[in-house]
Design a protein around this ligand. Structure first.
Ligand code: DGI
Ligand code: FE
Ligand code: FE
Ligand code: FE
Length: 187
């Protein structure tokens, strides 16, 4: 399957509005990769794939998370988290993607984790700040991203954690670990 076929297949599995978000993440991932020295080809591929499972029925997401078996604990947290590991496994199983760096960038694009690779940070940040995103604090994230990848990503995780606290939701430990780790490495 070439890139155009992959994009057409993923596009067909989501509403048009979400595909516009994916296109924003693709463009922003390439810009950030070039700015911070990640591989833009891998960044683009991870961005194409990142939300492929976003509109799956929850049962299918759970099935893919279980089948891959990397981290079953995620199923104890918000179902919004599941499309990331489910998408990583679908990339392998349904699309034959075998680049572990690209797969991890998909797998951790929502939660983050301690020790995020440059590629993981680029895709995760692009997901927060692509041009179509609008939420309180997004302009500050974009400003920080001009010069400081990690500080921008911390601001992104902070906004997510704040949102989860306000909603009274559980916080997945990898997100806390990701934030703490990025602060430790920036100070
Ligand atoms: O798929 P997208 O909408 O593009 O964005 P995403 O993959 O970053 O998903 C973010 C959603 O996940 C957001 O609505 C918050 C929700 N979420 C729920 N629990 C957690 C969480 N996000 C993180 N990072 N950590 C959590 O514990
Ligand atoms: Fe996502
Ligand atoms: Fe995200
Ligand atoms: Fe996304």
């Amino acid at each position: 399957m070439d890139k155009q076929q992959l994009m057409a297949s993923i596009r067909s599995g989501m509403p048009e509005r979400r595909w516009q978000h994916v296109q924003g993440v693709i463009d922003t991932s390439i810009v950030l990769a070039e700015r911070f020295g990640a591989d833009p080809v891998k960044a683009e591929l991870a961005a194409i794939l990142h939300d492929l499972a976003k509109f799956w029925p929850v049962e299918r997401m759970q099935e893919y998370v279980r089948e891959e078996g990397v981290d079953l604990a995620v199923l104890d947290y918000d179902k919004e988290l599941w499309h990331a590991p489910a998408g990583a496994w679908a990339a392998v199983k349904d699309y034959g993607i075998d680049d572990p760096e690209v797969l991890d960038a998909v797998r951790y694009h929502t939660s983050g984790r301690a020790g995020m690779t440059l590629l993981e940070r680029v895709v995760c940040l692009a997901d927060y700040m692509e041009p179509g995103r609008e939420f309180p604090g997004v302009d500050r994230i974009r400003e920080l991203a001009d010069s400081d990848l990690d500080a921008a990503l911390v601001a992104g995780f902070d906004s997510t954690i704040r949102f989860l606290l306000e909603k009274g939701k559980r916080i997945y430990p990898l997100t806390v670990a990701a934030r703490n780790d990025l602060i430790r490495t920036t100070t």
